[in-house]
Design a binder for this molecule. Sequence first.
Ligand code: NAD
Ligand code: DAU
Length: 356
Amino acid sequence: MQCQLITGGAGFIGSCYVLRARRAGVRVINLDKLTYSGNMENLASLSGDKDHIFIQGDIGNAELVRHLLDVWKPDAIVNFAAESHVDRSIIDPDAFVRSNVLGTCSLLRTTKDWWLTLSKQEQARFRFLHISTDEVFGALRPGDPAFTETTPYSPNSPYSASKAASDHFVRAFHETYGLPILITNCSNNYGPRQFPEKLIPLVMLNALAGKPLPVYGTGENIRDWLHVEDHCAAIELVLKTGRTGENYNIGGQSERANIEVVRAICAILDELAPAETGKHADAIRFVADRPGHDFRYAVDCSKLTRELGWKAAYRFEDGLLETIKWYLANPDWVKNVQTGAYRRWIQANYASRSRA
Ligand code: NAD
Ligand code: DAU
């Protein structure tokens, strides 16, 4: 039976990947620290599954990671674990250095030491796949060509700087020690189970609660949206057939200005859950911009398509509708993530944003 050590497997994208891996018959060792965004409810359907082994712990805990590697001898490690929210990185960059940079470096070092104990055949079969982001490439202007795998790194936020640093360490472990690594750089994900600090679930849940819908700056900033299932399908393909030492861009080819996305959410909710008075879009408020706000991301994923045959299955508008329906159908999940800690974050991030 194939076995993978998946880190950050209780988060938004990691849990989607874990559920798919179990459906594919892969034994999953799921190492997650359960920070504010890690949520065991994302994995509720695996309750009682003896081939989903969950361990609460930090990727930086070398002793624990070595123990897991010795006991389970995974065929691959897929590293999703990270602090993932740009706005939080502006308020507390140190947490991003700890998990994303030091944590990844420690995970790499422990993996490399263990990997060196394997037979040559086992070494050749093993893969370390690191999940990264398009944000490491910096910001595009309107009309600029999309990011390719050779676009120079130019991170602008503490979050993207920490992800860029981790990517460099991953690459360095390949060049220096020969560790068979792969890196994927993906655009903005959306879909079920995304923690509601990110634009799409935040706007949707604020609208349902009759709260203002905060749009940073002018709302013209552009993101390239990809459904989380399409992202995970691409990761599976890269793990199976990608060339080691390479990085692969993953993108949705669905560039949208933020204000368009917010209006699309409002239009869907006007149908599915109308506001008591007026239209949901009446609650849109332009608020103070994110400092250092990257204007535009766009991902050229032609290498992934050309070399590995990947293609996104979801159209953004269909995926958005399906996502909104998922949140409407799962009020308990929503209620349980909107705890005191969530409310404190909303206060910290939005209270001081005067109108732009
Ligand atoms: P998330 O915040 O929902 O999940 C992160 C998970 O990692 C959580 O379960 C958390 O508990 C865990 N974690 C954090 N620090 C840890 C540590 N030190 N040790 C063990 N576990 C730890 O994030 P997400 O949106 O699912 O993102 C997952 C990965 O994908 C991240 O590496 C992120 O940079 C990358 N990514 C995200 C997007 C996106 O749009 N969300 C796009 C491209 C890449
Ligand atoms: O591009 C990939 C990245 O996408 C991932 O690496 C990150 O982990 C992920 O969080 C995401 O980063 P963004 O900063 O693009 O996502 P976020 O949902 O925070 O914001 C999307 C856009 O919406 C961005 O331009 C900022 C804007 N925004 C966001 C929030 C939370 C608003 O206008 N209002 C808001 O309240």
